[in-house]
Design a protein around this ligand. Structure first.
Ligand code: ZN
Length: 220
């Protein structure tokens, strides 16, 4: 079995119906696996969605096998009211989802600008939530506050051009595509840069050439 990922085709949807295919527990924490889901799991540096299934709160969402990004999706929650084979109604928190999609899209735009800087070496770990997108960049030279303002201006100029964003799948690998930029990503994104509105950047120098750039939405 493999959970069908509705969030890939319907990132803006908030409700879905599905069937329970498995109920299990992971070190005492109960979870449900559905035949399909809108809930994005904690995967690829993006936090999981929030919401409910038949009005029971989903605590968090993860993968059946952390080493296999294609594995089934587990909805960790109170399973007392559920049984295998049952049809259920799932609802996700679209306010949280939309903020994540905007920040995740912004994170790609900032990376594509930064990767063209001469002191850029490598993009390290990243975490996108509904509050901020935080990414570590390895640089030959630390990014100054003046340079950060330039990157922020370039990113906002790009965002305000209302450029369409799409997802492409090639040989089971999903890509984020925006203008001439294309990068591997399995996360959820907005359909146009205009939806990001305006972003604000801040930076933390973590030492050893690692610059952590945090993106926030200016309307938050
Ligand atoms: Zn992405």
């Amino acid at each position: 079995m493999k959970t069908k990922r509705l969030f890939e085709s319907y990132p803006y949807s908030d409700k879905f119906t599905a069937k329970i295919v498995y109920i299990g527990d992971d070190l005492g924490e109960d979870y449900i696996i559905l035949d399909k889901t809108l809930f994005y799991p904690n995967l690829g540096g993006q936090v999981s969605d929030s919401g409910s299934i038949n009005n029971v709160i989903v605590n968090h969402v993860g993968l059946d096998d952390d080493n296999n990004s294609f594995s089934d999706i587990r909805h960790y929650m109170d399973v007392s009211y559920f049984q295998v084979g049952q049809s259920v109604l799932g609802c996700i928190d679209t306010t949280k989802r939309l903020s994540i999609m905007r920040l995740h899209s912004a994170r790609h735009i900032v990376e594509s600008i930064l990767s063209q800087w001469k002191s850029y070496i490598f993009t390290g770990s990243s975490l996108v939530s509904d509050k901020k997108a935080s990414t570590d960049y390895l640089m030959w030279e630390d990014i100054s506050s003046e340079s950060l303002r330039v990157i922020e201006l370039q990113a906002n100029n790009f965002i305000h051009q209302s450029i369409p964003i799409s997802a492409q799948t090639e040989k089971s690998v999903r890509y984020w595509v925006c203008g001439t930029a294309k990068t591997k990503c399995c996360g959820t994104h907005v359909g146009n840069t205009a939806e990001i509105s305006t972003i604000k950047l801040s930076i933390k120098n973590k030492g050893k050439g690692i610059n952590r750039i945090e993106i926030r939405l200016l309307d938050e």
